[in-house]
Design a protein around this ligand. Structure first.
Ligand SMILES: [Zn+2]
Length: 223
């Protein structure tokens, strides 16, 4: 309806609902025609450049006109801001992507978007699931390389027995060298046996799709 410019540069935007679907009863789906009264919410959205946007949404509450419907009345809502939501879906998704794709910490994203830490963390978990649950692309070139990580740890057997390795400082990483799969796995150790243990646990169809392996010349991993 109108925009106010506040002293600190914030834009306060007064909204009314344009989407006709917002009048559909969430229980029975019948479109309402009789207004019960007003309701005001303040959903949060992405900032406008460096400046904050403040939304005042002047909603309406409606009487459901379907006599058999258990819900007598409801407040209008839209897909971007479902009933009970305090932030828009696009703000939630942007918060999740900052952590997932842009290397931002949860705290940085929370500060930048004026959200709480738990809200950003939940948004990140949701957007991370999109990636983690997605099927991996077919890997045609497998990249194998060693990574040094932490310190080697040895432990002595009981009664001053033989020392044995409990943690290797070397890890082996497996990547989709030519595709978009990223890091496929990482195992402790860097011997052929360590590599084979990981490879052997991959599904056969995934192993069969590998045409080439890229590996640097290392005496250890070639023995
Ligand atoms: Zn209804």
């Amino acid at each position: 309806m109108r925009v106010e410019s506040l002293a600190d540069g914030t834009r306060r935007v007064h909204l009314i609902t344009a989407d006709e679907a917002a009048r559909a009863c969430p229980s029975c789906g019948v479109t309402a025609s009789r207004v019960k009264g007003p309701a005001v919410t303040r959903p949060r959205d992405l900032p406008y450049g460096e400046r904050r946007l403040e939304f005042i949404w002047h909603k309406r509450r409606w009487w459901c006109r379907e006599p058999k419907c258990p819900r007598k009345s409801f407040t209008e809502s839209i897909t971007q801001i479902p009933a009970g939501a305090r932030i828009t879906a696009q703000l939630r998704e942007a918060a999740g992507r900052r952590v997932r794709d842009s290397g931002s910490t949860v705290m940085q994203a929370a500060r930048g978007l004026h959200l709480s830490w738990p809200t950003v963390m939940r948004a990140f978990r949701t957007s991370a699931r999109e990636v983690v649950d997605a099927p991996l692309p077919e890997v045609r070139v497998l990249g194998i390389d060693e990574t040094r990580r932490g310190r080697t740890k040895w432990e002595q057997g009981p009664d001053g027995g033989k020392w044995h390795l409990v943690r290797d400082r070397w890890h082996t990483g497996f990547v989709d060298a030519l595709g978009t799969g990223g890091l496929l796995g990482q195992v402790e150790g860097r011997t052929v046996a360590d590599v084979l243990v990981w490879l052997a646990t991959r599904p056969l169809t995934r192993r069969k799709s590998i045409r080439h392996v890229a590996i640097d010349m290392s005496a250890t991993s070639m023995t």
